[in-house]
Design a protein around this ligand. Structure first.
Ligand code: SF4
Length: 201
């Protein structure tokens, strides 16, 4: 385990210097995953957002706060989960003083997959939960993912590991009204509970 943890640190250092796709040019830094080697659950989001880009840590912005609440409601300790993203640099478009999120394209997601593959091989989770469509596409290699059809069930990933798909917390924040956000949140909690159960079995 110690050897794998050291290797993960070295991999994070390598990723910090990554220039494999153009996204590094407009971001502050690489946001590598964080969490313990041997974590039972790995959660994979789309990409770092504005606050993650500045802090250099995944899921510390508004979506991360939603995830924290959902993890607490599902009885999952964030410290025991490995959290990462399909793409490690923040893709954005400057608009005045703001930087607007831009969804990574297929090329960027595919090129960045090398880092998730390394994270998976070193962390060796029992279950990988894709948060949102981009992460699900990256992990399954499938072009089309219909979240409403895939969520709530177990998927076999190409490497034989068990996977699941759930709504990305940022999609919950974008839902049009409070009732929709509440329903989206309880669905996420339900999926996290299922992930917890599966990762322990
Ligand atoms: S997004 Fe991924 S592949 Fe592209 S430069 Fe950043 S770390 Fe490298």
């Amino acid at each position: 385990m110690k050897g794998r943890a050291a290797q993960l640190k070295r991999t994070a250092k390598e990723a910090a210097a990554c220039t494999r796709c153009p996204l590094y040019r407009h971001a502050t830094q690489t946001v590598f995953g964080e969490g313990p080697v041997g974590a039972a659950i790995m959660m994979v989001g789309e990409q770092p957002g504005d606050q993650e880009d500045r802090a250099g840590r995944p899921f510390v912005g508004p979506a991360g706060k939603v995830l924290d609440r959902a993890l607490a409601a599902a009885g999952i300790d964030r410290e025991k989960v490995y959290l990462t993203n399909a793409v490690k640099h923040f893709k954005n478009e400057p608009r005045g003083k703001k930087r607007l999120h831009k969804r990574p394209n297929r090329y960027e997601t595919e090129v960045c997959k090398v880092w998730i593959d390394k994270e998976i091989s070193l962390v060796r989770p029992q279950l990988i939960l894709a948060l949102g469509v981009t992460a699900a596409q990256s992990l399954t290699g499938r072009r089309t993912i219909v979240l409403s059809r895939e969520r709530g069930r177990v998927l076999e990933l190409p490497d034989g590991r068990r996977g699941m798909v759930a709504t990305h917390p940022s999609a919950i924040l974008r839902m049009p009204d409070e009732a929709a956000r509440r329903a989206g949140f309880s669905t996420l909690v339900k999926d996290l509970r299922m992930a917890k159960q599966l990762s322990a079995s």
